[in-house]
Design a binder for this molecule. Structure first.
Ligand SMILES: [Fe+2]
Ligand SMILES: [Fe+2]
Length: 277
């Protein structure tokens, strides 16, 4: 089996190294996130195949040394990173971009038009970098040699107006950015208790996501894809066995503007996760 998530669930994971999520002779997907002890912990991922190395949501400036170290362990020189996907413009997602561009100014940045407007404010010249524009019409794909195709799907207002996600046709992993993210006191790389995890997801989504309408629309769009794992930018990887449950949960969740005029469930969720004090 090339997808390693089931094996990882039953093993001791060394989080000071890259964690291989999918492994075949010509295609690898790895977690290369940071090991910070913080409820907002950031995940980054790398797809590597035939000299193409795509870094996904590499994180903030303070994550850079750790992410670079993990990337180097997989591909040698970090200048071998050829593409960076940034699912939206937040500092925890892409604040490290100027450092990556110093290492390799030829990196192609894959993102949506409205994200492209904002991220040069981290401090680089928008005219002197390579861009690959992701259309909000869901018709942007890239081929990774003959190994795989990445499909970019818009996720309007989840939480940025021009946010998107990436589906990898080879590994069948959905890189979901902030969607399916969770805020956790006790972090684990892969979800083991879905009931607990839904509360941790709710805590994140009620604040950050625009509305149930937006979540419902998004879930209906990604549901037809054959998805074996959802890998978000915060929180834990959702393995196949919990994906249906995660879809149902998010499409039924009131959040954002839905809660403006109703009693928010946030207080009770916080008490449950973090204790009364
Ligand atoms: Fe964000
Ligand atoms: Fe985030």
């Amino acid at each position: 089996m090339s997808l390693k998530i089931e094996e990882l669930k039953n093993s001791q994971i060394d989080l000071n190294r890259p964690v291989i999520l999918y492994d075949s002779p010509d295609y690898k997907v790895a977690w290369v996130g940071s090991a910070e002890e913080f409820i907002f912990r950031c995940n980054a991922y790398l797809i590597s195949s035939g000299g193409i190395n795509i870094l996904i949501d590499p994180g903030g400036i303070q994550h850079f040394p750790q992410v670079k170290d993990r990337v180097s362990k997989l591909i040698g020189n970090p200048a071998n990173v050829t593409h960076i996907i940034t699912h939206h413009q937040d500092p925890d997602v892409i604040g490290s971009l100027p450092e990556w561009l110093k290492i390799n100014p030829e990196i192609t940045i894959i993102t949506t038009p409205r994200t492209k407007v904002l991220i040069p404010y981290y401090g680089f010249d928008r005219e002197n970098v390579n861009w690959l524009d992701v259309s909000p019409l869901d018709d942007t794909i890239i081929d990774i040699g003959s190994s795989s195709t990445l499909i970019f799907l818009s996720a309007p207002f989840l939480h940025f107006p021009d946010a998107f996600v990436t589906y990898d046709a080879k590994s069948k992993i959905l890189f979901s950015g902030d969607i399916f993210a969770a805020i956790q006191k006790n972090w684990e790389l892969i979800v083991t208790d879905m009931e607990k995890h839904k509360k941790e997801m709710m805590y994140f989504h009620v604040y950050y996501m625009a509305s149930q309408k937006a979540l419902k629309y998004f879930v209906s769009k990604v549901k037809p894809f054959d998805i074996k794992a959802i890998v978000p930018q915060h929180g834990s990887i959702i393995p196949e066995e919990f994906i249906e449950d995660a879809f149902d949960f998010l499409s039924g969740l009131k959040c954002g503007i839905d809660l403006l005029y109703e009693e928010s469930p946030v207080r009770s969720i916080m008490d449950e996760i973090f204790g009364e004090s």
